[in-house]
Structure formats: C-alpha cells, structure tokens
Ligand binder design. Structure first.
Ligand code: SAM
Length: 245
C-alpha cells in the first residue's frame, strides 16, 4: 500500500476510534491489492482509485463498529453479512475483530470465487462463505434465527432487506443496516414490516465516515420475537412484492 493510502486509512480509523496495528494494516493492504487486481477481470466495485476504495469501502465498513459495540461485543459472536458482494462490511470488521465467527452470504458465484481467494490470502479463520439467496438461507433451519448479529450494506430498501435479514437473527440478537439519507422514508415504509417480522427498531445513529460529506446512518434493530413461519417468502418474492402494512 502506498504511504499516502496508509495515512488515509490510519488517520480515518483513528477518527472512528480504532487504533491501527501492524496486522490490520497488512490485512487491509492485501485486501486492497487483491480487489484492484480482480476488479480488472470481474466487476466487484465501481470505485477505481485506491484512496476511494479505502474511504468508501474500508472506512465506511468499519465506521459502524462503535455503534455495534454499544449493543453487543464484537468478540466470538456469530455474524452474517447478507449480500456481502466483495466482502463489505463483513471482512473489514473481521480484520479489526479476528475472533468473530463470520458468514458471508452472496448470491453471485463470481463474487464467491473472489471471496474464497480473499479468505485464503488473508488467512482468515472462522469464516464461512455461503453461496445463494438470503430467502433460501432464512427458510433453512441450520441458519434461521441462528445469528447474534446480521449486518448488511447497500443491498435493498429497508422493507425488502428486513425480510432478507430478520429471519436469520436469533431472539435477542441484532440486525444492523447501514443507510444513507433515504433512511427516514425507508424507515417509515419499513417499520411495520420490521415489527411483523419480529424486530424492533431501537436506535438510529447518525455516524460520520471520515473524509465523506454524505450523511450516514446505522439502524439498530433488536429481534424481540420469532419471525412468522412462511417468511421469508420464496426467492425473488420479497423484491417483487415487498411487504407493506
Ligand atoms: N454489501 C456489499 C457492499 O456494500 O459493497 C455489496 C453491495 S451490492 C450493491 C449488493 C449485493 O447483494 C450483490 O452482490 C448481490 O448479488 C447481493 N444480493 C442482492 N440480493 C441478495 C439476496 N437476496 N441474497 C443474497 N445476496 C443478495
């Protein structure tokens, strides 16, 4: 990693409240190299420069850590990142908290191949890669209501996303959604769906991502009762016919 990129990463992390060490730097540096290399072959990110990737993917992914830690300790817990794409936000969180058990769920096979390579290169332990759709995993007893924390970024509007994510959260666990300034409309539209699926919105935190002007919010949703049987609906249905009450 170039010295100037390293400075952006370390300074940005400090602003978020994370002190970087050698292992973090090594992990992010290898991630950056592999992402840029593979992005020439398959479309993993539209961001082209290394500083953009550091700010809009790496720092944006770890900016929610402080909020999460107020509700659940990021140690040895079972986390699933739904629609992880090239690993965001799951892998940056795993680099900073290596003891978490992380599942990366992604529908697209070519992204899975990248994720496999990435896990191998970064030598990450306790990471599972799941290829398929959230609707399928949410209906399967091995995964349904098994996670302490379900996290997702840039996958779907909140009402649809809740149907993907809430079935996977154990009772008492959390669903964390990272959203932009559309969060008030999305929340208004999705709040009854969240409640219907067993969740309760307990907090919306306005966070600052270093070097980014846009507003960012972290929605903290607690699972307070079981998701009704029959939800999530079959693959593609949540998107085609979003729930609204
Ligand atoms: N979370 C990553 C990020 O923040 O960079 C990727 C965002 S990308 C815009 C959305 C990803 O979610 C895509 O890779 C897509 O294949 C995946 N996806 C969308 N719906 C999904 C579903 N129902 N189950 C699993 N993956 C899904």
């Amino acid at each position: 990693m170039l010295k100037e990129d390293e400075n952006i990463l370390v300074e940005g992390a400090q602003k978020i409240g994370i002190e970087f060490n050698k292992a973090y730097l090594e992990g992010f540096s290898q991630y950056l190299d592999l992402l840029i290399k593979w992005n020439q072959k398959i479309n993993l990110t539209s961001l082209k420069t290394s500083s953009e990737i550091i700010i809009k993917h790496f720092l944006d992914s770890i900016a929610c850590i402080k909020v999460i830690n107020q509700y659940i300790h990021l140690e040895e817990i079972n986390i699933i990142d739904v629609g992880t794409g090239a690993g965001f936000p799951g892998i940056p969180i795993k680099i900073v908290y290596p003891s978490i058990k992380l599942s990366l769920l992604e529908a697209k096979k070519k992204k899975i191949i990248f994720l496999e390579k990435l896990i191998e290169k970064l030598n990450l332990k306790k990471v599972k890669i799941l290829n398929g759709r959230a609707e399928t995993f949410g209906r399967c007893s091995d995964y349904r209501e098994k996670y302490d924390l379900v996290i997702s970024r840039a996958v779907a509007p909140l009402n649809i996303l809740s149907e993907y994510c809430l079935p996977l959260v154990r009772i008492g666990g959390l669903f964390i959604a990272q959203k932009g300034r559309s969060y008030p409309e999305e929340t208004e539209k999705g709040i009854n769906t969240i409640n219907f699926l067993g969740g309760e919105l307990i907090k919306v935190e306005n966070i600052q991502v270093p070097f980014i002007k846009q507003e960012r919010y972290v929605l903290v949703i607690r699972k307070i009762k079981n998701t009704p049987l029959g939800y999530p609906r079959r693959e593609g249905v949540p998107q085609k016919r979003p729930l609204h009450f």
